[in-house]
Design a binder for this molecule. Structure first.
Ligand SMILES: [Zn+2]
Length: 349
């Protein structure tokens, strides 16, 4: 139900107003940071406009509301990147849905989550869909990188901007997702207004990897060594097979499946470790700048304090600079192993 959508009042109001004045656009782009609640609102608005006992909100219990809550419904196509890309076959399936007679809903809907990850062919197909609107259909594109969506597509959809949530609203969402205890405050702070990220952090159980990050943080001062990722990737590199990103570029010679899996697991661990180390050293910098109240890793307060004795504000800032460069390197893993350790070593001194 729309009342369950936390925050995003303006976006909600805009959509409801358009609907009540029968001016709902054929296509929308929900644009804003990942994990802030765009998909949730998209699903709820699709329910609302189709609910058979609609009042000021959808009823949540009619067959349409219930059906649309499921992942698969004959009048709703939810498209998400497979191996990090949305391909033409997926958009074709959406097109087929648009051409069908509605099974149950007034509005057949296509929800493309990760619309900034469409390849060229998929973009062409989507553009056609937007150019030839079918009555009684709605297309919602969800994206966190607007520039990765073609201008021709952008110009045919109405853009609705989303911002991160307040700390209070973030806490509300996390609590609604069953997150409690001493992790709640850490997750609420690290989410930076995007509770979806914190929910992922919990669902993927990144807490053990975070412990490793703290160990590395302590070790960097002594050795300057970054991390041995093979072992860590084996231990913590978990994700669903269909989410594995294909190696880009050399399409002629695809890497063996296992190899791809391993390198993607490694990348997964490196990315998360890097983010975690940034979070830790940012906290160290805060403590050493007299802003201890603002730290993110509140549940690790004692460890952060300890690290603040080891690293001066200047040293922490240097390491953060190194970590930022490493973030760039992670996009291109070729020179990664050689460079990462050097960067952080130089940063640490
Ligand atoms: Zn209903």
């Amino acid at each position: 139900m729309l009342s369950e959508v936390v925050g995003h009042a303006k976006a909600k109001e805009k959509l409801l107003k358009a609907f009540s004045s029968e001016r709902l656009a054929h296509g929308y782009i929900f644009y804003g940071p990942e994990g802030c609640g765009k998909v949730f609102l998209a699903r709820e608005i699709i329910k609302y406009i189709n609910c058979t006992s609609r009042g000021v909100d959808s009823c949540g219990v009619c067959p349409t509301c219930k059906g649309l809550s499921e992942k698969n419904h004959p009048d709703l196509a939810v498209i998400e990147p497979v191996r990090a890309v949305i391909k033409i076959e997926q958009v074709r399936a959406a097109k087929a849905l648009m051409g069908l007679k509605a099974a149950q809903c007034e509005y057949r809907a296509v929800l493309i989550n990760g619309a900034d990850r469409m390849n060229g062919e998929a973009s062409d197909a989507l553009l056609k869909l937007l150019e030839e609107p079918v009555a009684g259909t709605l297309i919602i594109l969800v994206a966190s990188n607007i520039h990765a969506i073609r201008e021709t597509i952008r110009s045919r959809a109405q853009r609705i901007d989303f911002n991160g949530l307040s700390r209070e609203d973030t806490v509300r969402v996390l609590k609604a997702n069953g997150i409690e205890g001493n992790r709640l405050e850490f997750l609420a702070r690290s989410a930076e207004g995007c509770p979806g990220r914190a929910v992922n952090f919990t669902q993927e159980d990144l807490f053990p990897l975070r412990e490793e990050a703290f160990r590395f943080a302590a070790a960097i001062g002594k050795t300057g060594v970054f991390f041995t990722t093979k072992e860590l990737a084996k231990k913590y590199g978990k994700f669903k097979e269909e989410e594995i990103e294909e190696e880009t570029g050399d399409a002629e010679a695809p890497a063996p499946e296992e190899k791809t899996t391993n390198s993607q697991k490694t990348l997964y661990v490196r990315n998360h470790l890097n983010d975690m180390l940034v979070s830790i050293f940012r906290d160290v910098l805060l403590v050493n700048s007299g802003r201890a109240a603002e730290i993110v890793n509140v549940d690790k307060n004692a460890v952060i304090k300890e690290l603040s004795g080891v690293y001066s504000a200047q040293a922490a800032a240097g390491i953060l600079g190194g970590l930022n460069k490493i973030k760039g390197l992670l996009k291109n893993s070729i020179n990664y192993d050689l460079s990462a350790g050097n960067i952080i070593l130089r940063g640490g001194k």
